[in-house]
Design a binder for this molecule. Sequence first.
Ligand code: FEO
Length: 401
Amino acid sequence: MHCVQEVCPQIFWVGGNDRRLERFENMFPLPNGVAYNSYLIADKKTALMDTVDSAISALYLENVAHVLKGRTLDYLIVNHMEPDHCANIEELLRRYPAMKIVGNKLTFQFIEQFYHFAARENYLEVKEGDELSLGEHTLRFVFAPMVHWPEVMFTYETKEKILSSADAFGSFGALSGSLFSDQTDFEGVYLDEARRYYSNIVGKYGDQVQAVLKKAAGLDIRMLCPLHGPIWRESLPYILKKYDHWSRYEPEKKGVVLIYASMYGNTENVMNLLASKLAEKGVEDMRMYDVSKTHPSYIIADAWKFSHLVLGSPTYNMGLYHVMEAFLHEMAALRLRNRKVAVVSNHTWANAATKCMLCELEKMCNMELIGKPFEIKSAMKACQEPELDELAAAIYASLQQ
Ligand code: FEO
C-alpha cells in the first residue's frame, strides 16, 4: 500500500523509511533508522527528485505510480548519485522508457560506473543555472560539488520556492509520520542525529558547504527538502545557522568532551578525576567517551559541538593505542579544527602516546594545546595530583576566555 504525503499543491513526498538497516554506509549505527526522501512534482510535465535506497524500492515505486495516476514520468532529476538515492533508476527507465534523466556530466559518468545499462538517449545534461519548465513549476539547477560528492546539485523550484538540497540539511533518524521539522520535537529527536550526520558524512567539506550557503543566500527559499530527515518549512534560519556553524568548524557550545582509551582503567581513572575537578570548578554538561566502547561517529559529533577536548590514551606497541589512533585519524580526515585540546597519556616502560597524540593534532588545523600533557606511568600516584590540578585550572581558564 502506498504511503505518500503532500508537501504542497502538486508536490508530493514519495520516499520511505528503513528502520531495519543496522549501519548507514555499512559504518554508522542507525538506532532510529533513516529516511530516504524523494519528491514528485505532478505539473503539466512530471518530475521526480531523486530515487531511494534499494531496501525500500517496492514501496517507493508504488508511491510514484500512485501520484502519477497512470501518467508517465517525464523527468528524473538526479541531485546525488550515491546509491542510497539512485538505486531505482533502471527500474524507472523500464517503467517510463521516455523519461529524461536530468544531471550533470559527472552524474552520467557515475551512473555508468555504478550500473550496467546504457540509456544515453535519455540523458539531459544541465549546467549551473539552467532551468527546466514543467508548466507552472520551473526547476533551476544549483551545483553543490562535494556536498557530499562532486556531482551533487541542488534543485530550486521557483513557484513554491523549494530547494531540494540533496544530503545537505539532512539527518539520521526515520520519519515517524511527521514530514516537517516543525511537526517534530526537532531538538529532542533529531538535532543530535543531524549533527552526527553532518559531521561524519559532510564534515570534511566545510569549505564547499560555505560556498553553497553563499549561493543559497541569494535565493528566496521557503522550504528546504533534504534527502534524509525532516523537511524545513519553518525556522529555516535555525538550520541554516547550524550549518553555518558546523561548516565553519566553530563549536556550538563552550564545554568539554573527554575522550579516552584505557586498557585496565588507569587512564580512565585520570579522566574521571580530571572531570570531577572541572565539575567542582563549575564546568557543566561535560561528555566522556571510551573510544573502545562508543562508536566514533557519536564522539565526532560531540567534538563538533563542544569547544574543548581532552584526549587520554596509553602507549601500545610503541605507538598509540590503535582505537584512539583510528579516532584521531578520523578527526583529522574530517578536518575538525579550531578546538582547544588537553592531553593525558599512560605508559609502563616507554612513552609513545604523548608524542603520537601531539603528532596527530599537528596534522589538524588550529588545534591549541592546553597546559602540559599529563603523563602517568601505569597508574596515577597521589604525588601527581597537584599537576592534574594545574591541568584542570588551565582547562577552566581556557573555558573562561
Ligand atoms: Fe544520502 Fe551522500 O548520500
